[in-house]
Ligand binder design. Structure first.
Ligand code: HEM
Length: 170
């Protein structure tokens, strides 16, 4: 199984693909373009679709790594699934309702922001656990202080053997 960090990169890569495609489509609609004048229709649709699948693969991989797949999803996960479904439907909106194109230019990034908020703040934890969900241990060593720094924090007596080892003349 892949690591938590790997799934996060996958998740974000999928988000980038999907949001690029939506941005391109919204700009086309805002410029007065329609379906037939969109020469890269296939590219936009494929980028959006592949991005959506990658988001889901990354998202469920992350959930598995967080141990959140057993015993039903907490509310924040349902919220993210709902955002995902809305994101899927958004591919149809700009060209069908062109007057929404300019508002969507801002609303679609805001939807991404809402998804990021949901993932990081996990509102309405849904009674699964009141405790914050910790990042898995494998992420810790990267954030941890380098081992070289430890003697400075240690009590003087603890530090003595380390210091003694580098005393001149020893
Ligand atoms: C379009 C839909 C989605 C967007 C824009 C989105 C966006 C994000 C973002 C920005 C993060 C934070 C990444 C970070 O902290 O560096 C994240 C994390 C996460 N997402 Fe999504 N997500 C979406 C859909 C989903 C879905 C459908 C699932 C579940 C199946 C999911 C599960 C997760 C999980 C488990 C995390 C990690 C939470 C943690 O580290 O505690 N996401 N998502």
């Amino acid at each position: 199984m892949f690591s938590y960090s790997f799934y996060k990169v996958v998740h974000i890569f999928g988000i980038l693909l999907t949001w690029s495609a939506l941005g391109a489509l919204v700009l086309h609609a805002a410029n007065g373009g329609d379906k037939s004048s969109n020469k890269k229709r296939g590219l936009v649709a494929a980028t959006h679709g592949i991005g959506m699948v990658i988001i889901l693969v990354g998202g469920f991989g992350l959930l598995a790594r967080l141990g959140q797949v057993q015993g039903g999803f907490p509310v924040w996960v349902w919220m993210k699934l709902a955002i995902w479904v809305v994101t899927g439907g958004l591919i149809m909106l700009p060209l069908r309702v062109p007057k929404l194109a300019t508002p969507l230019w801002f609303l679609i990034p805001m939807l991404g922001g809402l998804a990021a908020y949901t993932a990081n703040y996990k509102p309405f934890l849904g009674g699964v656990s009141a405790a914050p969900v910790e990042a898995p241990m494998e992420a810790a060593p990267m954030d941890a202080a380098p081992t070289d720094a430890a003697p400075t924090d240690a009590a003087p007596t603890d530090a003595a053997p380390t210091d003694a080892a580098i005393e001149p003349g020893e």
